[in-house]
Design a protein around this ligand. Structure first.
Ligand code: GDP
Ligand code: MG
Length: 186
C-alpha cells in the first residue's frame, strides 16, 4: 500500500513562454510546435512516483494574458506549489516572472513552494547536428535574439527570493520532470 498525496500546483508567467508546453511534456511526453494559446486556464492531473510515495499533481495551467490577471487569485489561493515560467530568450519575461513571484509571496499560501523555470533552452544550446550558417551562429545575440537571460543571473535571483530554480526545454524534455520531482520531494 502506498500513500497517495494530492498536490495542487499552479503554472504562471508571461504568455507564450511555454507553460502549457511544459505541462504537455510532463503529462503526455509530447510537444506541439504551434501550441494554441490557453484561454482562461486548463486543468490537468498527473501521477508521479517518488521514492516512497505517489504524488498526484493537480495542475492549473493559467493563461499569461493580462486580461485574465484578475482571475489569478482563484487559482493560487489553494495552490501548494507554483511554477513561474520565463523564456530564456526574452529578458522581459523574467521581469514578468519576478512580479508573479512577488504577488505569490504576498498573497498566496505562506507555505507555497515556488519554482522558477527558464524555458526554451533548446534555442540557446549548440545544436548537435546543426546545418545552420556558422556565421549566423557566431553573431552577437544570434538568431531570434539568442539567450537574453544568463543562467547565473536567474539563479542568483532565485536564491535570493527563496525559489527552486530550473532551466528547461518543453521541446526536448530537458529538466521538465526535475521540476515536478523536486517540488514533490519538498
Ligand atoms: P504558454 O502561453 O506559456 O502556455 O506557452 P505555450 O506552451 O502555448 O507555447 C508558446 C509557443 O512556444 C508555442 O509555439 C510552443 O510550441 C513554443 N514552445 C514552448 N516551449 C518551448 C520550448 O521549450 N522550446 C521551443 N523551441 N519552443 C517552445
Ligand atoms: Mg498556455
Amino acid at each position: 500500500i502506498q500513500a497517495l498525496t494530492q498536490l495542487f500546483l499552479l503554472l504562471t508567467g508571461e504568455a507564450a513562454v511555454g507553460k502549457s508546453s511544459l505541462v504537455l511534456r510532463f503529462v503526455n511526453n509530447d510537444f506541439q510546435e504551434n501550441k494554441e494559446p490557453t484561454i482562461g486556464a486548463a486543468f490537468l492531473t498527473q501521477k508521479c512516483r517518488l521514492e516512497d510515495k505517489v504524488i498526484k499533481f493537480e495542475i492549473w495551467d493559467t493563461a499569461g494574458q493580462e486580461r485574465f490577471h484578475s482571475l489569478a487569485p482563484m487559482y493560487y489561493r489553494n495552490a501548494q506549489a507554483a511554477v513561474v515560467v520565463y523564456d530564456v530568450t526574452k529578458a522581459a519575461s523574467l521581469d514578468k516572472a519576478k512580479s508573479w513571484v512577488k504577488e505569490l509571496q504576498r498573497q498566496a499560501n505562506p507555505n507555497i513552494v515556488i519554482a522558477l523555470a527558464g524555458n526554451k533552452i533548446d534555442l540557446v544550446q549548440p545544436a548537435e547536428e546543426s546545418e545552420e550558417d556558422p556565421a549566423e551562429n557566431g553573431r552577437e545575440g544570434g538568431r531570434e535574439g539568442g539567450r537574453q537571460v544568463p543562467t547565473e543571473e536567474a539563479k542568483a535571483y532565485a536564491l535570493e527570493a527563496g525559489l527552486l530554480f530550473f532551466e528547461t526545454s518543453a521541446k526536448n524534455g530537458d529538466g521538465v520532470r526535475d521540476i515536478f520531482v523536486e517540488i514533490g520531494t519538498q
